[in-house]
Design a protein around this ligand. Structure first.
Ligand code: AHM
Ligand code: MG
Length: 359
């Protein structure tokens, strides 16, 4: 018979403490208070976690049920073919935040305009920006995909429902994170107090703390870029790729899902890049719900995110779905890519000066 007076041994106590460090509790711990903001963010993260659990469940059964895989036949605002999983995951976030009283507005990759939840708006103080399924091309072949999100304070003057107040730099984010649907489901987040990772324990249905205060190494071996676009890239990016080919200590990894590639770099170091190409000078990735949230995380982890010429968090978008080149990861590796881009820019400027003098 157990003696309630007898304390647990240290190993059991440690395991129990860890199992009790759920996501919502962790957010409150970070604030070290039960302030209104702490409670709001704890509740917000709890809702994001519920969305992640619903989507993880749907993904894990996708091959067994009708109408989960494949395309809908429609294209989205970006001109990309919409998958059934994109539609499902987008709707999950809307349903989860309905009647939450927290979020007045959602903006996502899958919706041309922000979506308002009128019943929340009188008191909803936050906007959720999200990419419901990142790396959709991996869905039908059962490879890892993700979701990316950011939370911003609701602009008070947004009376015309245009969402213009969202066109601000990434420093306005108050929280950001991603969900990785891999062999296990992980949720990584920051509220500006370090970066923390949680793993979904399916037996509990809870995200449990896995790593706290993650620090990205200052340099790592991985470079992550779609080299199929080599001849579509600027000469500076081609020179960077030639550099890593010719120097020892580099290895390529590219999964087709930004969240997966970013996750590897966050833990092991290196750099992910999706630069501008000839066809797409702004690159492919969207600022507000892909690049800026991950930039927020990497800076919190001691790394950097850049367009090549400007810090990602300083970029102000001119429209909701604006794209931007993205170079993100360990600070030394991001600086190396930037050095090639900046050198090319200097040469171009010198040539322009010479040409103007010649006229
Ligand atoms: P998506 O959000 O529509 O899936 O697009 C973003 C994805 C990223 O996850 C990934 O890094 C990139 O697109 C891959 O693009 P590409 O196939 O051009 O290399
Ligand atoms: Mg995406």
């Amino acid at each position: 018979m157990t003696d309630p007076e007898q304390p647990l041994d240290l190993d059991h106590k440690y395991a129990l403490d860890r199992d009790c460090t759920t996501l919502s509790r962790h957010v409150l711990q970070q604030f070290q208070s039960f302030s209104a903001e702490a409670q709001d963010l704890s509740a917000l993260m709890n809702r994001v976690a519920l969305a992640a659990k619903l989507i993880a469940r749907h993904l894990s059964r996708a091959g067994l049920v009708e109408d989960a895989l494949g395309f809908t036949g429609r294209t989205n605002v970006q001109g990309e073919s919409v998958k059934k999983m994109d539609v499902y995951a987008n709707q999950v976030f809307i349903s989860v935040f309905q009647e939450s009283g927290l979020v007045c507005r959602l903006a996502s990759e899958e919706m041309e305009d922000p979506y308002y939840i009128p019943e929340n708006c009188p008191i909803g103080r936050y906007t959720l920006l999200y990419d419901p399924i990142d790396g959709s091309s991996n869905v039908d072949i059962n490879l890892n995909v993700g979701a990316i999100f950011a939370i911003r304070r609701q602009g008070s003057e947004d009376l015309d429902y245009s969402g213009k107040d969202l066109l601000q730099d990434g420093h306005q984010q108050i929280a950001a994170g991603y969900v990785l649907y891999g062999p296990s489901t992980m949720l990584v987040y920051s509220i500006g107090k370090g970066v923390h990772a949680f793993t979904l324990d399916p037996s509990l249905g809870e995200f449990i703390l896995a790593s706290e205060n993650i620090h990205v190494p200052d340099h790592g071996p991985v470079y992550s870029v779609n080299e199929g676009n080599f001849w579509q890239c600027e000469e500076s990016i081609r020179n960077y790729i030639r550099y890593v080919h010719r120097h020892e200590g580099y290895t390529a990894r590219y999964s087709g899902a930004l969240v997966g590639d970013f996750h590897r770099i966050l833990f092991q170091g290196g750099v992910f890049l999706y630069p501008g190409t000839i066809k797409k000078p702004e690159g492919k990735l969207r600022l507000l719900y892909e690049s800026a949230p991950l930039a927020f995380l990497i800076e919190q982890a001691g790394g950097r995110a850049s367009t090549g010429l400007q810090n990602i968090l300083d970029v102000v978008p001119d429209r909701l779905h604006a794209r931007t080149p993205l170079i993100i990861g360990s600070k030394e590796d991001v600086a190396l890519v930037e050095s090639f881009i900046q050198e090319e820019q200097r040469e171009r400027q010198e040539q322009e000066i010479l040409a103007s003098k010649g006229n």
